[in-house]
Design a protein around this ligand. Sequence first.
Ligand code: EPU
Length: 339
Amino acid sequence: MMLIQPDVSLKKYHTFGTDVYARFFVEIHSEQEFKEIQQHDVFKKNTILVLGGGSNILFTKNVDGLVIKNSLKGVEKIKEDDTHVFVKVAAGEVWHSFVLWCVAHNLGGVENLSLIPGCVGASPMQNIGAYGVEIKEVCHQVQALDMKSGELRVFSNAECEFGYRESVFKHRYKNGFFITAVVFKLNKKPVFNTSYGAIEQELKKMEITQPDIKAISKAVISIRNSKLPNPAEIGNAGSFFKNPEISKKKYEQLKEKHPNVVAYPLENEAYKLAAGWLIEQCGFKGKRIGDAGVHTQQALVLVNYGAAQGTEIYKLSQQIIEAVLNTFDVLLEREVNIY
Ligand code: EPU
């Protein structure tokens, strides 16, 4: 049932768990309900914010508008051939539940993305990625309703313009579409990506020499649990910053001054720096100011120990950006959406 409620706390609808309010709030369970809400005065007269799992947002103020929680559900095989299965997943499905469904059906492609918080509908927004895999490798289509006209638009993989934690939905079409479903192209005969160091070590620890989908998923879950705080226990939104890309020249200068700098060469002669390392070197790892903090195991993750306000976490992120800029002359960019 669709019910527009006034003055709703968003605390349980976003993973940083800060206490902010929405002027209006509604949960949408079907495309039909979205079309109905579009006809409503509250929709027409307010700014709209769509929330999925709320796992990539920091609220620095209340939402003086309408928050729409996308709760569309359903997982459906739509076609298959000798090598692939195409599965349509509704936007409100929990991402990790979908990964477990793939593991149970022995369909490859998303096992490295196990345990990422959030919903399926948000996964293409920032092209979620972990342990050497990004969603762009398995995303066949994104289905979305135009926020203004309500018309269905189908985005092919190329039309999503995926980049590192980027897509058309994050900037060009920000607030322009209500994502209803993502169609994934999953492998019946998966090719595993275990090249990310931590996975290989974990598989060794598990004494697995011939990994399958299940083993890789298990290894990733174990690595994530050891490094990343569980949002159900400590408020956070995963990596708060992106790993910055720098030129080869800049990398060489940095390396001379800081021989231990952690960086990965990219295809285009550039380098990606481990922002967690930069932040740790600036002395922020484990730092806590009131209830806002930097995670003890992974400096790229900011946390809310309980009663932090969004503005306090934001302020801490500002201090980090300044310190990294002063020490390394590298500008960190926030990965989390700031509201
Ligand atoms: N490092 C440190 N100190 C730290 C953290 C990291 O020195 O406090 C160095 C270490 O050398 C480590 C390296 O940085 O080996 C890389 O760290 P990690 O493997 O934890 O990955 P990351 O680059 O910090 C990225 C993603 C994560 C993803 C992991 C694994 C971004 C912004 N983050 O983090 O994604 O899980 O790789 O693939 O690209 C997220 O986006 O929310 C997220 C958690």
